[in-house]
Design a binder for this molecule. Sequence first.
Ligand SMILES: Nc1ncnc2c1ncn2[C@@H]1O[C@H](COP(=O)(O)OP(=O)(O)OP(=O)(O)O)[C@@H](O)[C@H]1O
Ligand SMILES: [Mg+2]
Length: 271
Amino acid sequence: MSTTNPLSETPAVSDGVILRAEHISVTFPSPQGGLGALQDVSLEVCQGEFVSVVGPSGCGKSTLLRVLSGLLQPTSGRVYLHGTPLDGPCGDMGIVFQKANLMPWRTVLKNITLPLEIQGLAASEARQRATELIQLVGLEGFEQSYPHELSGGMAQRVAIARALIHDPEILLLDEPFGSLDALTRERMNLELLRIWRARRKTVVMVTHNIQEAIFLADRVIVMTARPGQVRADVAVNLPRPRLQDFVYCDAFTELARRVRQAIDWQENNER
Ligand SMILES: Nc1ncnc2c1ncn2[C@@H]1O[C@H](COP(=O)(O)OP(=O)(O)OP(=O)(O)O)[C@@H](O)[C@H]1O
Ligand SMILES: [Mg+2]
């Protein structure tokens, strides 16, 4: 059994770090005395970066995102936002979960303005901001529609707009396009890149899809099976803007092979 991992790379990222996770471990209570979901995960995300996270089902990706958002306190380790320890959810982050989780009794517009209503912002200001975001995500004309009248892709676009409404610096996305068909997903990827560029956000996105992970990101973090650790951190040195044709170029295929190898390395070494 091999004990070294030739694929592990640690890109030099220290300048402009906005989000830092240091030695994060999470253990959930269980009848067996504790279920390790994450083990000693450290990573840095720079301002404006797009980072993808891939790994086997159940390896702790959603748990990692919840820790990064401040929704879940780790069992050990710390998350720092702009160098300050993160002790709970904060306005600098917007989160999109795998399911859009829209309020079925509220219109598209009202779903998007909800976080601002909770903050107590004036209705007219909230409406103006939501209208801009509806344009950004391409949902003009659907302001008064209800969630049951939307396609899956449209519902996810509402969820993205809702996550952006308070203008967070960081967007955390947990398989936001997981339930969409391949073609809609490709379109949504391009939309997401457009939004990322237009709004200059920092993005951490969990996905099961290697191609999607590479296509969107500056770096792909590959996690091991549970308890999740960082197996590889692969820099995606492909030019931007990226077009759908990119997935056919040699450099893209080579990156996909390296990410795949990192996943297979782990599977081979666990047998
Ligand atoms: N609130 C919780 N209480 C107890 N166990 C949990 C909790 N949340 C997650 N787990 C466990 O932690 C492990 C990691 O779960 P997590 O949802 O982070 O995995 P994941 O990588 O996101 O999986 P998937 O790819 O299927 O979405 C799983 O074994 C899960 O059962
Ligand atoms: Mg998950």
